[in-house]
Design a protein around this ligand. Sequence first.
Ligand SMILES: *Cc1c(COP(=O)(O)O)cnc(C)c1O
Length: 422
Amino acid sequence: MLTTNFINRELADRISEEIGTPCYVYDEGSLRGAADQVMAFPNAYGLTARFAMKACPNANILRLFRKKGLKIDASSIYEAERALLAGYEASEISLSTQEFPDDDSLASIVEKGMSVNACSLYQLERYGKRFPNTKVGLRFNPGLGSGGTNRTNVGGPASSFGIWHESKEDAKELAKKYGLNVFRIHTHIGSGSDPEVWIRAVSLSLDMVRYFEEAIYLNLGGGYKVGRIAGEATTDLQVIGAPMKEAFEAFGQETGRKIHLEVEPGSYLVANSCVLLSSIQDLTSTGERGYDFIKLDSGMTENTRPSMYGSQHEIQLLVPEGEKRIEKPYIVVGHCCESGDILTPAPADPEALHPRTLPEARIGDLVAIGGVGAYCSSMATKNYNSFPECPEALLRIDGSVDLMRKRQSLQEVVANETQIAF
Ligand SMILES: *Cc1c(COP(=O)(O)O)cnc(C)c1O
C-alpha cells in the first residue's frame, strides 16, 4: 500500500498552482474510511470511540469526525476549548492532561459536562477539592509500555503518564475522601500492533477495574500502530479487538459487570490520510564519497517526526507522465538551517543518514511525502527560520480541493511581538 496513492501529478500541479507548496493535502475518503474502521471496533457491552485530537486538531477534521460519531480525547484544556469552538458539546469531550488547568477554566467546561481523567494523585486531589461528590476517571500507568521508540512509549517505569499502578490504594483513599465516584479507568500505553501486548494491557487494565468497583467504563487509550511505509505493519482493529472483546465478556461473567469500552486513537484515524506536497528547491552534492542531496521547500517546520524519532515516510517524486528517469540514491533534507532537518534518517535512528532511491531529481519537481496526517501539522517546529505556517487542504470525495487553513502571513508570524522603545 502506498501512503501517497491518492495524489497524482495532475492533482499535484493543480494544488501547487492554486495554493502553492508546501501544502498538506488530506484525503476525505481516507479520513472517512478510518473513522468507519474505528467505529466498528469489536466490543462486548458498548463502545465510545474518541479522536485523540492532538494528532491533528484542524476544526474541519474535528467536524468531519463528529458527523461520524467520534467523541474527543483532549490532552490539554486548550484542546478541549478548541473542540468546543469546532462544535463539539462539552459532554462529548474527555480530558487527560499532563498539565492540570487552573480551577476556573476547568470549571467552565466541567460544569457543562466534560469528563476528566485524573492523571496523577495531585490532579485527583485538585479535582476532588474543586468538584467533590462528582464522578472522575483515573488514568493509570499499568507498569507495561510499548511503543515504536522510547519517545513514543507511554507506559512502564520510564513513563510519567498516569498514576503508577502501585499507588492504587492511595488513589482509592483520595477518591473516598472527596466522595468521588471513579466511573472510568483509563490506560494508554502506546501498544503498537502486537495482539499479545494488547491482551496483556487489557488484562492489567481489567484488574484495575476490578479494584475500583464503581467503574463502568474502561478506556484503553490509543496507540494502534500505523505503517507509514512499505514493510511497517498497520494494526488490524478487528484482529486486536477480538480477544479484547472476549476479555470483557469473561470479566462480565466473572463479576456481573458489563464494562463499556472506550478507545481513543489519534494516529490510526489520520496518519495515512495526508500527504505533504512539496517542491524541490535545490540540489547539492558532497562529491563521490559524499551524498547527493535533495532540498525541499518544507522540512521540520511541517514534519518533525523523522528528526525526532527517525521515523520513515514514503517520499514520492511526482515525475510528469510519460517521462522516464534513471534512479539514484538521495538524502532528502528540509529547508531549515539545522543539520537535523532531514527526511531520510535511518529507521529509528535520527542521527544517521539513510539514502533513499528516487528518480533523478530536478529543481522544481513536485514531491509528495506520505503518512503525515498525525503529529505533523500539529507537532512541527512551525515558524523556525520564520517560515510561515503551512496551509492545509482537503481533497473531497468528488475530486475538488477545499482549503482548510491558509498559509500564514509574515504579519501573523510576528503578531504577538511588542514594540519597546530604544
Ligand atoms: C496521544 C494519546 C492518544 C492517541 O495516541 P495514538 O498513538 O496517536 O493513537 C490517546 N490517548 C491519550 C491519552 C493520548 O495521550
